[in-house]
Design a protein around this ligand. Structure first.
Ligand SMILES: [Zn+2]
Ligand SMILES: [Zn+2]
Length: 535
């Protein structure tokens, strides 16, 4: 049995693990990479996924970083079944279409720009038509309903308590007469999260592939998070400005509505403060939460039974159209605006940030994980300016980072979850985390439980034999190609020298032309200064 780490290896996004068992090839998750240009380039490298050879794909949950490349696989020849839970299927229907729409819009925008520069047009990663072709392939299986994609493989979904319909996956593999058990944690939920149950307890595995997003830290508690949200609201309400909440459309937005509902019951949400959910995807996702109520947790069921609607607020409105969305920023005065994407690198949230980030009374409230390279990460890391729509926007608003709302288990909760496994010979692969956090987590696991831990790199392959140490084949050159800084610096220096050699010609140009050249050189200097200040 072999596994290839095609994604979420030493990084958080792009979850995809390709398994080979007795000549069968299949994948666990098929997620999109999200981050800077270099990371997102991986989405285009279809050869790595070999879509025609993959027989089926098992999806842990609907988040795009676990499912977003499905339409791309279908576009490139994947025709097999996609196994997942019923709520995940419902969420995928809206999320993949939304993702395709974003891909199309970005390609259109890039094309316009490229044509202006005399370059060729850009194709989208995939289209809405590709997303439509993906749905008929989805086959639903509910929790605790073991199924057999082929005779030597049994699969079971367990509630991961992460988002609606999210699963841990148990796999029993019969490989050359030996049965071994693999567990993929998917994203492990935070216990006591609103709306969803707690993660399931699993105690048996030979190989555990576990996420490590928060391997280096714990979350603040729920009460503290709710207080911080109330503080942000009070701060901007008093100053007549807006509270902008970049939020994942699924789960987090519903959790934020629920939290505002709780604040409202406690009298901490001014009744005249409009709450605007500005994300068509979030609006549709909220409908899925209503239609899949049996997958919600006990506490929510009790509230609903008592006639309470935790997903409703008297002052809340949803904005579906772009015009309504634009109008939000034409209206002065305080409001809470919840919009996507959660990492502020795509979608309508970019407009809200452009209009509010520079306003000193406004608040930007981050309520989810911000991956390296995203606009959200730059803001929480203290950037004085961020680039949005090709413009440098000053960060003057008050920035709140409330990590208590996370849909992921924090460090201690993750360790507790791993602590249920009993097989001392079990091998752990830490996935879905940034390398620094993973190294901390690995140290803690080894010290506390004595399990063997490995942190696979991008494109690494491992042969898995139960009871035997896994063998690894790494491809460091492909995983992180070396950057030739020496060459780049020499090149820059050569150009500076050449420019100096042209001074006589430059100074003999008309003054107005000289000012153009001066401005471009100032721009270059500004970039250099940015690079220096970031190191
Ligand atoms: Zn997730
Ligand atoms: Zn994830």
């Amino acid at each position: 049995m072999k596994i290839k780490f095609a994604g979420a290896a030493r990084t958080v996004t792009g979850s995809c693990y390709i398994l080979e068992v007795g000549g069968h090839h299949f994948a666990i998750d098929c997620g999109m990479y999200q981050g800077n240009d270099e990371i997102e380039k991986r989405n285009w490298d279809i050869d790595i996924y070999d879509p025609k050879r993959i027989e089926f794909i098992i999806i842990t949950h609907a988040h795009i970083d676990h499912s977003g490349l499905l339409p791309r696989m279908v576009q490139k020849g994947f025709r097999g079944p996609i196994y997942t839970t019923p709520p995940t299927k419902e969420l995928l229907k809206i999320m993949l279409l939304d993702s395709a729409h974003i891909q199309e819009m970005e390609a259109l925008w890039k094309t316009k720009r490229r044509l202006r520069h005399g370059d060729e047009k850009t194709e989208p990663l995939y289209t809405q038509a590709d997303a439509e072709k993906t749905y008929p392939l989805i086959k639903t299986v509910t929790y605790n309903e073991v199924f057999e994609p082929f005779p030597d493989l049994k699969v079971n979904f367990l509630d991961a308590g992460h988002i609606l319909g999210a699963s841990h996956i148990e796999l029993w593999v019969n490989d050359q007469g030996r049965t071994s058990k693999l567990v993929f944690s998917g994203d492990v939920g935070r216990p006591d999260q609103l709306l969803v149950s707690n993660p399931s307890v699993i105690s048996e595995a030979d190989f555990l592939f576990v996420e490590s997003t928060y391997g280096d830290r714990d979350h603040k508690d729920d009460k503290e998070s709710l207080d911080e949200l109330a503080e942000a609201i009070a701060y901007s309400y008093q100053r007549g400005e807006k509270v902008i909440i970049p939020s994942f459309a699924v789960q987090r937005t519903q959790e934020m509505i629920y939290s505002l509902h709780l604040l409202s019951l406690e009298g901490r949400l001014p009744p005249d403060l409009p709450v605007i959910v500005d994300s068509p995807l979030a609006i549709r996702a909220t409908e899925v939460f209503r239609s899949c109520q049996e997958y919600l947790d006990e506490e929510t069921h009790i509230k609903i039974k008592n006639g309470e609607d935790p997903l409703k607020l008297p002052q809340m409105r949803f904005t579906l159209s772009t015009q309504e969305s634009m109008a939000i920023n034409l209206t002065a005065g305080p409001a809470v605006v919840i919009s996507a994407s959660g990492m502020a690198n795509a979608g309508r949230i970019k407009h809200h940030l452009r209009h509010n980030l520079w306003r000193s009374g406004a608040s930007i409230v981050f309520v989810g994980f911000q991956a390296q390279g995203t606009t959200g990460r730059k803001i929480i890391d203290g950037a004085e300016k961020v680039r949005i729509f090709n413009e440098d926007i000053a960060v003057k608003a008050k920035v709140f980072t409330i990590n208590g709302f996370s849909a992921h288990a924090g460090q201690t909760q993750l360790l507790d979850w791993i602590g249920h496994f009993k097989n001392q010979a079990m091998q752990i692969f830490l996935i879905h985390g940034e390398y620094e956090a993973q190294q901390i987590m690995a140290g803690l696991i080894e010290k506390r439980f004595g399990f063997k831990v490995h942190i696979p790199d991008y494109l690494e392959e491992s042969v898995l034999v139960p009871g035997e140490a896994a063998q690894y084949v790494e491809f460091p050159e492909k995983a992180s190609p070396r950057i030739d800084w020496n060459y780049l610096l020499s090149d820059a220096e050569l150009k500076m020298t050449a420019l100096r050699g042209r001074m006589t010609q430059i100074e003999s140009k008309p003054w107005v032309e000289q000012t153009d050249l001066r401005d471009r050189l100032i721009e270059v200097n500004r970039h250099l200064l940015e690079i220096i200040s970031q190191t």
